[in-house]
Design a protein around this ligand. Structure first.
Ligand code: DAH
Length: 349
């Protein structure tokens, strides 16, 4: 019996030494120590032995069993360590390697101009306000002194959605909205930037474009005047187009201002000498502006005897073209990455 046990012990040691991986270790464990193992069978057969031999053999079997178990555990620990080391080696990261560069998008030139305009006017104490693109006839026209059937409505071909609703043709609609919201309360100093829509179908005009509107109203005794309008527009244009830009006010007509002006700026390309861009005049038409018409003040809750103001409006797309020397407006809307990527963020940082 003792020889048998010694034999089992010897073979077990050899087998344990041959184990290559954790699975083999598991299998061998079952084979050597499981219910059907030789050692278990020996224990089951203890009853056939004499009472003196029984405890001796019993404790011998248990000792061997314990030894085998320990050896197997040792081997398992060793194998686990090996697996971990392999894994660590495989998953090693060099955190000093340079990362993959992520391509950054660029800000659209129109959005850049909008942000610059907003920054400038906020620095002069203006509020930036917003208004709906789907506008009512009332706010887009009537409250701006353009009654139904007014001939000046022909200046702006409109997209009507219903009889009452249309896509706003001008951000001037926000003038009326701001006055109604303030009603005789306080001075108004606001700008509004946003999308506008007209039925244009020639090659140089887009049916959707962007405008900026400005409105200042204050008490009459403070003398809000044409000089203030001129000074404000000068700051605006010089900041947006060029420090040497000069302005020229030409009398014009808009129903919501009286007097009204079209404002020209010295050609940014030739500096006023005359070139193809400015059709040899040295001037480029840029803005509409004027003193707020008393009817508009009255209709929107401001007593024209107590209040006065000025307003101006212009196309942001044109400003962007002048500012960045873009020669065709369609570049602004076709979203060609080769065009857009020229406006990267370097000069913003
Ligand atoms: N809304 C006018 C247009 O779209 C531009 C304009 C002219 C705005 C005179 C004004 C203004 O505020 O006073 O053609």
């Amino acid at each position: 019996m003792k020889e048998k046990i010694a034999e089992i012990q010897k073979i077990a040691k050899e087998k344990i030494a041959e184990i290559q991986n954790l699975q083999e270790a598991q299998e061998l464990k079952v084979k050597l120590l499981g219910k059907k193992s030789e050692l278990s069978n020996l224990l089951k057969g203890l009853g056939t032995l004499s009472p003196e031999e029984r405890p001796k053999i019993g404790s011998l079997v248990n000792e061997v069993r314990k030894e085998i178990e320990e050896k197997l555990n040792e081997k398992e620990e060793f194998l686990k360590g090996k697996v971990l080391a392999q894994k660590l080696e495989k998953e090693k990261l060099d955190i000093t390697l340079p990362g993959t560069k992520i391509k950054r998008g660029s800000k659209h030139p129109i959005n850049r101009v909008i942000e610059d305009i907003q920054d400038l006017f906020v620095s002069m104490g203006y509020d930036v306000v917003d208004g709906p693109e789907l506008e009512t006839d009332e706010f887009c026209f009537e409250r701006l002194n353009l009654a139904k059937g007014h001939p000046a409505r022909d200046m702006q071909d409109s997209f009507y959605i219903t009889n009452e609703y249309l896509l706003r043709t001008q951000t001037s609609s926000v003038q009326a909205r701001t006055m109604i919201a303030n009603k005789d309360k306080s001075p108004i100093r606001m700008i509004c930037t946003g999308k506008t829509y007209r039925r244009e179908d020639d090659a140089t005009h887009s049916h959707q474009f962007n405008q900026v509107e400005g409105l200042v109203i204050d008490r009459k005794e403070l003398n809000v005047s044409l000089a203030d309008l001129k000074g404000t527009l000068e700051v605006f244009v010089r900041k947006m187009i060029g420090a040497n830009s000069e302005l020229r006010f030409r009398p014009s007509y808009f129903p919501f201002t009286e007097p009204s002006y079209e404002v020209d700026v010295t050609c940014f390309k030739c500096g006023g000498k005359g070139c193809a861009l400015c059709k040899k005049t040295g001037w480029i038409e840029l803005l509409g502006a004027g003193m707020v018409h008393p009817n508009v003040l009255k209709m929107n809750g401001y007593d024209p005897d107590k209040y006065a103001g000025f307003a101006f409006g212009t196309g942001i797309d044109r400003l962007a073209m002048f500012r960045y020397g873009i020669t065709d407006m369609r570049y602004l809307y076709t979203n060609d990455v080769r065009f857009l990527s020229q406006f990267d963020r370097k000069d913003e940082e």
